[in-house]
Design a protein. Structure first.
Length: 966
């Protein structure tokens, strides 16, 4: 067959339209007349008409005869061990039926493929036999299995294939409003299956969404390798490799070489995968936007240059703004967001798969899969020119959360914004804007170029410094481009937020939101997103009132724009739920998290990964509420989904195991908690490496639990490792570093090194003041813990002064009923008691104890010192009899949760003994006093005042006993 030439495309297209308008009987004469004018063009035209007719026959079912009887007579007939129940569809090899096994050996259904007349001749029968051996070799979790093959008594060949109960991949994704990232991750299963087939020298040749089904659990299955061809040389003639019946393909997904009748190779499947990927991501065909007939589709595939993926997110041709908006919503995005996502790497990946020259496509499906994986991991892709600036941007991007985030947000966003501007009809103006943005980007990152004059001889430039320079230049760059400036400010704000620089994040995000409100008046997805992002950062800053307002407005706007069953809407619901949790409005938080969970289940089904995330969020709120037993089933269901969908070796799976450990810890099941913390830590180290924020979080939580149960050396080692990693990731001035230092200080304090403990706590306070300002809970925590050190050293008056400051600030920030406020109240009550101000201490302690939940493990730990403090107040005010039950409950709770050998248990026993002495009962006091002294002797260095008190009380007990005997 004469290959179709690229140059003849326009003329051929015009002539083809004329030919198709003629009756079939008149076409031969018409072509003969054209041959006299241009023989080569006439030959191409005749070949194309033949191919169009062949495709119409095969795929539009116009007059195709059948080897088998009509469908109505096949139902109920038996083929081998199967009874045919009903037709499933028509494929390239013939008809496919549902079959049920009836021989009693196995139960179940299968897909029975019956050979049609189109391939029933000698060549077709040979192909059919070969197909059986081909499919038998294809054992892969994402390929429908061959179960059996045979020939009926009537001579009808058939194959028995695994029946897949699923939906075509494009329908499955749209029904679940899958994001672009989720679609790419699903597509990775497709690539794995095709790569496996190619490794067995098999080309599919008819890849299309209808042949790629997705089961309810998200498992992809490729169907119909019935048109696959063996590529191995042994026994295969050239005719066998190129095909005796070349038109066994679907024109919409065919590669140019298939239409031209050229050799079929693995690159043919790469092209079809590119078409599928383009449609999966953009919802549109890459070349056939205005084509209607098979001939028009084929001409478009041959002659239309593939447009960039990012352009498909803009109106063009028959696709108007409403349809573009609908397609974007099906991908949980706005058109603007899609353009930003597609611009750059995805543009290049898809473009490389759709090259008209097979040699210019990806050499293998594996290399395409590698680029998809690199894209998802924010690494350089092969489909892009490997420039120095590009590699640098991807290096920074790989280290975003929790490492350096600045580069990617700027590089990726600038590329997307430039692309978006260029897609509109103002080419000359937008080209100038593109240059301006590029100059802006280079001006920021040029400072980090080791060969740039500004950098020569200087230290490395940090991500924070790059961000600061970028923020300063926004006001002087892109002055006439407010939309780009708004996007850049939003990007900078997000990166500052991820770095924990909340004041800068708030400033940039607020500027972005204000600009968006001017540019996009009324309800707009960009405004809603800007509200949500700023609301989240304000929540992290503990600016809870403004955060509440913005998150509520953003949620309401998203509900008006998208309705309740939308991923963006559910995200807003969950952010508002988190805000209520931070405010200790836990009933409201639980209600919203349950609402989000119900929406995700309705949208995606029970086994979706987003449902697992929602169950995790709900579990955390239940734990915070003091209901860890109710949280555990939520975590277990989340873990089951993630184990099924992701396997154990995945960071998300480790996250749920970590959360499950936290619930067990709150229930006092420390052995179970330690096991799961260590399991999560091992997975995170294997999947994320040692230098990752998730690793430090697990190290910190495991270390805190071990500290809680008195394993100080192990806790110290874990917390120091977490601190070292966080310093490496973030530098000194970061909230994670401050938290690690504070927690380490508690261990040092427990060992009795009060000077070092106070130094560490003051270091943490300095960081928190720089990051948060004076009005923040972290600052209150630091002041509280420093005051505890002062109390242990006997400086009660100084402790009272600090605690009053901390309590006033906590009342202002989160209110009197918040857990942090209540814990500060307990410590202030203890300090007031120790300084002799019992009249002030008693109501403070009683009020705090009334607010603490004894069912919550964390709050129980505050209940014990609160009860000890109240017992001491009662003892000091001559109400020892009232103090005894208070101290017995404190002793029991401390022994139960922290162990009989914990110093707080020893303190409880000592104070109980002192109460009994005050009642004149030295014999009753002896046991708790002696036990308390034994325990406190082990903590002499860390609690010298308590040890001195215990010694004195025991001495009084001995004296009283002697006196009673005399």
């Amino acid at each position: 067959m004469t290959p179709f030439s690229q140059e003849s495309g326009p003329s051929l297209s015009k002539l083809l339209d004329e030919a198709l308008d003629l009756p079939v009987a008149e076409r031969a004469a018409w072509i003969a007349a054209r041959r006299a004018e241009n023989p080569a063009l006439a030959d191409e035209l005749a070949a194309l008409l033949d191919r169009e007719a062949s495709i119409d026959d095969d795929f539009l079912s116009t007059g195709r005869a059948s080897l088998f009887p009509s469908g109505s007579t096949l139902a109920g007939q038996t083929l081998g061990a199967y009874v045919l129940e009903g037709p499933l569809g028509q494929g390239g090899m013939g008809s496919v039926w549902m079959g049920r096994r009836t021989d009693g050996r196995f139960e179940g259904v299968a897909a029975i493929k019956l050979l049609s007349l189109a391939v029933a001749g000698p060549v077709g029968e040979e192909r059919f036999r070969r197909e059986g051996s081909v499919l038998a070799r294809l054992t892969h979790p994402n390929i429908a299995r061959l179960l059996d093959a045979g020939v009926s008594a009537a001579g009808l060949p058939y194959l028995v294939l695994e029946y897949v109960d699923g939906k075509p991949i494009d329908e499955w994704c749209d029904a679940r409003t899958l994001t672009i990232g989720a679609r790419l991750r699903l597509f990775q299963q497709v690539l794995a299956a095709v790569a496996h087939a190619h490794a067995n020298f098999i080309v599919h040749r008819d890849l299309k969404p209808a042949n790629i089904l997705v089961a309810a659990d998200g498992t992809v299955k490729l169907l119909d390798f019935g048109i696959a061809k063996l590529l191995e040389e042994g026994g295969a003639t050239p005719e066998a490799l190129t095909g005796a019946h070349e038109s066994v393909f679907t024109y919409r997904y065919a590669a140019p070489e298939q239409i031209k009748g050229e050799a079929i190779t693995t690159a043919t499947d790469v092209y079809s995968l590119g078409v599928i990927l383009f449609e999966l991501l953009a919802g549109r065909h890459p070349t056939s936007g205005d084509a209607h007939t098979p001939a028009e589709h084929m001409m478009a595939i041959l002659n239309t240059e593939v447009g960039q993926l990012s352009r498909a997110a803009s109106p063009s041709g028959a696709v108007g703004p409403a349809e573009v908006q609908r397609l974007a919503a099906a991908r949980d995005a706005s058109p603007e967001k899609l353009r930003r996502i597609f611009a750059g790497d995805l543009d290049n990946i898809v473009s490389k798969t759709l090259k008209k020259n097979p040699a210019e496509r990806y050499a293998t499906v594996g290399s395409l899969a590698e680029d998809v994986r690199h894209y998802l991991n924010h690494e350089p892709v092969a489909a892009r020119a490997d420039s120095l600036k590009y590699r640098a941007s991807k290096f920074v991007r790989r280290h975003r959360v929790p490492v350096v985030l600045a580069g990617v947000a700027l590089v990726g966003l600038v590329a997307a914004v430039v692309r978006e501007r260029q897609l509109r009809g103002r080419a000359e103006l937008e080209a100038k804007k593109a240059v301006a943005v590029e100059e802006y980007l280079v001006s920021i990152f040029g400072a980090a170029d080791p060969f740039a004059p500004i950098a020569m001889g200087q230290r490395d430039i940090t991500a924070r410094e790059l961000l600061d320079r970028g923020a300063q230049r926004i006001d002087t760059s892109l002055v006439d481009q407010p939309e780009i400036r708004a996007e850049l400010r939003g990007a900078l704000g997000r990166v500052y937020g991820n770095l924990g620089v909340y004041d800068k994040a708030t400033s940039e995000l607020r500027s972005s939101l204000n600009a968006r409100r001017v540019l996009d008046r009324g309800d707009n997805a960009s405004v809603a997103e800007a509200m949500d992002r700023l609301g989240v950062v304000l929540m992290l800053e503990d600016s809870l009132n403004e955060s509440d307002s913005l998150l509520s407005q953003g949620l309401a706007m998203r509900q008006r724009l998208f309705g309740d069953r939308n991923a963006a809407t559910v995200e807003s619901v969950e952010h508002l739920a988190q805000l209520f949790e931070n405010r200790d409005q836990l009933d409201k938080s639980e209600r919203l998290f349950r609402q989000a969970l119900a929406l995700r289940r309705a949208m995606y089904g029970d086994d979706d990964l987003t449902v697992a995330a929602s169950r995790d969020y709900l579990g955390r709120t239940l734990v915070t509420k003091g209901e860890p037993a109710q949280a555990i089933p939520e975590y277990q269901m989340a873990l089951a989904i993630r184990m099924k969908r992701l396997g154990e070796e995945h960071p998300a799976t480790a996250e749920t195991i970590h959360d499950l450990a936290g619930a067990d810890e709150h229930l006092g099941r420390y052995a179970d908690a330690e096991r799961d913390y260590r399991r999560a830590l091992a997975i995170e180290r294997r999947t994320l490496g040692n230098d990752h924020r998730s690793v430090t979080l697990t190290l910190n939580d495991l270390g805190q639990m071990l500290f809680k149960i008195g394993r100080l050396d192990e806790a110290d080692s874990l917390l120091r490792e977490a601190l070292a990693i966080n310093r490496k990731l973030f530098g000194e001035n970061h909230e994670a570093v401050s938290a690690n230092i504070s927690n380490l200080a508690l261990i040092v304090r427990e060992r009795g090194d009060f000077v070092e403990a106070q130094r560490l706590l003051e270091e943490a306070l300095k960081i928190d003041l720089a990051l948060r300002g004076t009005e923040h809970l972290d600052v209150g925590f630091d002041l509280n813990e420093i005051a505890v050190v002062l109390r242990l050293e006997g400086h009660s008056d100084s402790a009272v002064s600090l605690l009053r400051r901390a309590l006033a600030m906590s009342n202002r920030v989160v209110g009197a009923d918040a857990r942090g406020t209540v814990i500060i109240s307990v410590n202030l009550g203890r300090a007031l008691n120790e300084s002799g101000r019992n009249a002030e201490a008693e109501p403070l302690l009683r009020g705090a104890l009334a607010k603490l939940d004894t069912n919550n493990a964390d709050e129980r730990l505050a209940v014990v010192p609160g009860r000890i403090g109240l017992g001491r107040v009662l003892l000091a005010t001559h109400r020892a009899r009232d103090a005894v039950p208070v101290m017995r409950s404190a002793m029991s709770m401390s022994s139960d949760r922290q162990g009989a050998e914990h110093w707080r248990t020893g303190e409880s026993e000592t104070v109980l003994g002192e109460c009994l002495l005050a009642l004149g009962e030295p014999d009753s006091a002896e046991a708790p006093l002696r036990t308390g002294l034994t325990v406190l002797k082990k903590y002499g260095a860390s609690h010298p005042l308590l040890l001195a008190e215990a010694n004195a009380a025991n001495a009084r007990m001995v004296t009283m006993k002697r006196g009673s005997r005399q």
